[in-house]
Design a binder for this molecule. Structure first.
Ligand code: LIP
Length: 273
């Protein structure tokens, strides 16, 4: 990591950026049905784009030459940024990249459910150095640096001590995206027999933060994106948990995060790579 940058400094920017994006989504809750693009099982909102623009503004104010990877359509977001300030040319500095999901749990947000968050991570050479996951509607801010503790609203968190998969809550997502690997009915049955309960809450980043705080023992989804796990995966690790990137195709990943104790048992149940 460039010696001019310290993880805590990057975390402070990640927190400010996640708060800016999350606050914009919260203050505009009444606009949650303004659809930018609709899909059979998913939706992209105008606020997804606007929140990503808010996040980028904060990052660029501090690090104008850092690359930024966001979930939302770059051209549409750039249009908003251009309207507010000319976007400086991005010259990635030493493989530094910020990874942003402006509203993780967009469908929850659209329907008025509170389980959504803004996720911001700073990575060097693809490894997360600092991450913030902010869920404003439930007043939860999860943070971690590569050399510091995982925190929830400033207080240390730690994964659960549950050692048996049979006593575990498994969080997952039933993405029905056409062509995506999804959790098949037979897999749901197999996992359901092995854990205490399966829960589907609709936000990958928040699911992993619940593992980090010990409210669940495991999370797995076969087809999420790097922006879903860039911050939350670091938070799980710094909370004493374990993560595995099981498969990656471009920006899509199969990813699991656990309290560590149940990691091998869960991995044995998942599809072979
Ligand atoms: C969501 C993920 C969730 C997954 C959904 C969706 P988005 O991200 O957080 O785990 O099951 O299909 O991908 O689209 O709300 O940012």
């Amino acid at each position: 990591m460039p010696n001019t940058l310290h993880p805590q400094q990057c975390l402070e920017v990640a927190i400010a950026a996640a708060r800016a994006g999350g606050r914009h989504a919260l203050l505009n809750r009444h606009r949650c049905h303004e659809v930018h693009q609709a899909f059979r099982h998913d939706v992209k909102l105008q606020l997804d784009l606007e929140c990503q623009a808010r996040v980028i503004e904060v990052i660029r104010a501090q690090f104008p030459n850092h690359a930024i990877l966001g979930e939302e359509d770059e051209a549409a977001v750039a249009g908003m940024l251009a309207a507010r300030q000319p976007a400086p040319t991005q010259i990635p500095a030493e493989n530094i990249q910020w990874v942003v999901d402006p509203i993780d749990g967009t469908v929850n947000y659209y329907h008025g459910l509170p389980m959504w968050c803004c996720s911001v991570a700073m990575q060097v050479d693809g490894a997360s150095v600092a991450g913030a996951v902010y869920a404003p509607e439930i007043d939860e801010l999860y943070t971690a640096t590569v050399d510091g503790p995982a925190l929830l609203n400033g207080s240390p968190i730690h994964v659960s001590d549950e050692r048996e998969l049979s006593g575990a809550i498994l969080l997952t997502g039933l993405s029905q995206k056409e062509g995506a690997d999804y959790v098949s009915p037979s897999m749901v049955e197999r996992l359901g027999h092995s854990v205490q309960k399966i829960r589907v809450l609709g936000s990958a980043a928040l699911d992993m933060c619940r593992v980090a705080r010990g409210h669940a023992e495991a999370y797995w989804e076969p087809a999420i994106y790097v922006w879903d796990m860039a911050a939350a995966g670091l938070i799980v690790e710094r909370a004493g948990g374990r993560v595995s990137l099981l498969n990656r195709q471009d920006l899509r990943v199969s990813f699991m995060a656990t309290n560590g104790h149940v990691h091998a048992a869960l991995r044995a149940l998942l599809p072979p790579l």
